[in-house]
Structure formats: structure tokens, C-alpha cells
Design a protein. Sequence first.
Length: 213
Amino acid sequence: MNIILFGPPGAGKGTQAQKIVNKFNLYQASSGDLLRNEIKNKSDVGKKIEQIISQGDFVTDDIVNKILKKVIINPLYRNKIIFDGYPRNMTQAENLEIMLNADNQSINFILFLKVNRKIIEKRILGRIICEKCNKTFNEYLNKEEIDNHKCGRNYLKKRKDDNQEAIIIRYDEYMKKTKPVLDFFSPRSYFHEIDGSQKIHEITSKIEQILTV
């Protein structure tokens, strides 16, 4: 099955995507992780991406689409993809359906984690990510997990764009560009809205109920 996971920045998409991947043996196509890998590799496109992200903007569609296409046409991930952070706008949404149809694939589930901005701000300002295994923590909510993290504290870093000003820019940009995508997909029978302000295990339980029906 192929799944799209929606939600504003800080909604917990990455955390839930990891749990879905482990439960259903899927591949997590996280646009954010794929873009950060380009930055880490210091490629030409990676340098361009880093500049865009540091300004709190979204990376251009042509860059994101090309990176995601490599995942979609990879036979190892056929009908086993969870799209995390993509599509962000109508152009990407239309492009995703075109790419999937061209490879005789389709979308089976669309999950939207709905969370208000005040909760988002608290989550993002406390967010730290392990550069080694990509696991996400919150320094206000996961202190014990952080202390016991197998990779060690040295790998735990904050993202450059996790600051108050960038959060507001990213949230407003999300509402402006991504909400029309939600409106486009919401009438479909496989679209499911989930309260993303719940505890992690409660959200996970709801998602598993939806995917196993």
C-alpha cells in the first residue's frame, strides 16, 4: 500500500511515519530527510537546498519532484511507500498522481494529523534530531529517552530552521499552499483526519485501526 501522511511542521509526521514503517514494512519517503541527505552530501543541489531552508522557505517543486521520482520508480519500494512531507502544494499533488499512475501504482490511504499552531510551536522549539539514526526527540517531553539514547548525546542536534520566526513562516506557508491540497483530497473515501494533539501512542493506535480495516 502507498500512504500520504499530512500535517503542519511539528505535527509528528516523522514519528508516526517511523511507527508505520516498522509495523507494515514500508519505505518512508520523507521529503525532509531526502533533502537533508543532499545537504549532508554537500552536493550542488544540497547547497541550494540549505540556503532555501535556512530562510524558512520550501524547496522548489522541480527539485523535490525529481528526488521523489527516484523513490517511486525504485522496484524495491513499489506499493510500499509512505510519503511524509509530500505533496505540499497542488503542483506536487498532481505530479505525484501522474508519477504513480505512470508506474501503475496508486494512493491507498491519506492521513492528516491536525494540530493548532500553539502546540506546534512548543513541539518544534523543543525538537532535537539524531544525526546518526534520524530519530526525533523533544527535550521538554522525552528527557529520559534522550539520556538513554543508544547513539549518544553528541549526535543530537537542533535544526537550523527550528526557531520562532521560521516556525511562523513555515506554518503560514503550510496553511497557504498545503490546505488546498487537503481540500482536494478530503472528499476521497480513503482520506482520514486524525487529532494530532493526542499522545503519540493514541495517534499510533488510531492510525493502525485505519490501516488494518
